[in-house]
Design a binder for this molecule. Structure first.
Ligand code: ATP
Length: 245
């Protein structure tokens, strides 16, 4: 069953079409890749799902219910957490404090020690316990990306939206990230929607890949199908190579 679906989603900014009648479904317990060239509408889709942007028409259904009336501040409690393309942390706060911000979004009746324990366990899960007491400012980029992951995970989401998690990471870090994303699905039983330009990573971890170009769906299927789809090849290579190349 689909945990999340965008149904005929349409959104324009002035004259620019960001999403044009886009429908996509993310099955529970899977990793779905959302790819497309720059400006295709991927981050816009995330902003629609997290209610930062309002659709002109269409619907967003999460766990069988439309979330178009859910305010952005309630999305995380509904079970959807995200990371950002450009890391968005509080630089003067420690790693633990940044993660506690994520924990407090879902800790209404939880005791402070328990919230803290949960934050520390999550910091451990993403492998950055050694910097838990350090300020975010000045930490290496790869570490900051893990802090963002921890801040999202600590809210115990059912759906995790990852916006270019491999951006700015070195080869070794991307390898670790691939294993980590698979663990999210296999060990934590999370559903993941992954926006990413790193094709090897997307094709390796995704169960299903959805491709946007200029706000429209141009392909959707398992990675092997999508990779050999002529429309996808053309969108990425600007039609310079034949589809069969
Ligand atoms: P990238 O891979 O470069 O991050 P993307 O697929 O995430 O691209 P979006 O950021 O979703 O693309 O942008 C889709 C289109 O909508 C682009 O033309 C972009 O300039 C436009 N757009 C997005 N957000 C806004 C906004 N707040 N105001 C005006 N135009 C916007």
């Amino acid at each position: 069953m689909a945990l999340l679906s965008l149904q005929n989603a349409t959104l324009r900014f002035g004259g620019i079409v960001a999403l044009d009648d886009v429908s996509l479904a993310v099955e529970a317990g899977t990793i779905a890749g959302l790819i497309g060239p720059n400006g295709a509408g991927k981050t816009t889709a995330f902003n629609v799902i997290t209610r930062l942007y309002r659709l002109e028409s269409g619907d967003v259904v999460f766990d069988g219910r439309s979330i178009l009336r859910t305010p952005p501040s309630r999305i995380i409690r509904a079970g959807i957490a995200r990371t950002f393309q450009n890391v968005e942390l509080f630089p003067t706060m420690t790693v633990l404090e940044n993660v506690l911000v994520g924990a407090h979004t879902t800790s209404l009746f939880e005791r402070e020690e328990s919230v803290r324990r949960r934050a520390l366990e999550t910091i451990d899960f993403v492998g950055i316990t050694h910097v838990a007491g350090r300020r975010a400012a000045g930490l290496p980029f790869g570490t900051l990306k893990r802090v963002e992951l921890a801040r999202a995970l600590v809210s115990r989401p059912r759906l995790l939206l990852l916006d270019e998690p491999a951006g700015g990471l070195n080869h070794e870090e991307v390898e670790e990230l691939a294993i980590f994303i698979l663990r999210l699905r296999d060990d934590l039983k999370l559903t993941v929607l992954l926006v990413e330009h790193h094709m090897n990573l997307v094709m390796r971890v995704s169960d299903h890949v959805h491709v946007l170009n200029f706000g429209r769906t141009i392909a959707s299927g398992v990675p092997a199908e999508v990779q050999r789809n002529p429309r996808v090849i053309e969108a990425y290579l600007g039609g310079e190579l034949e589809a069969s190349a």
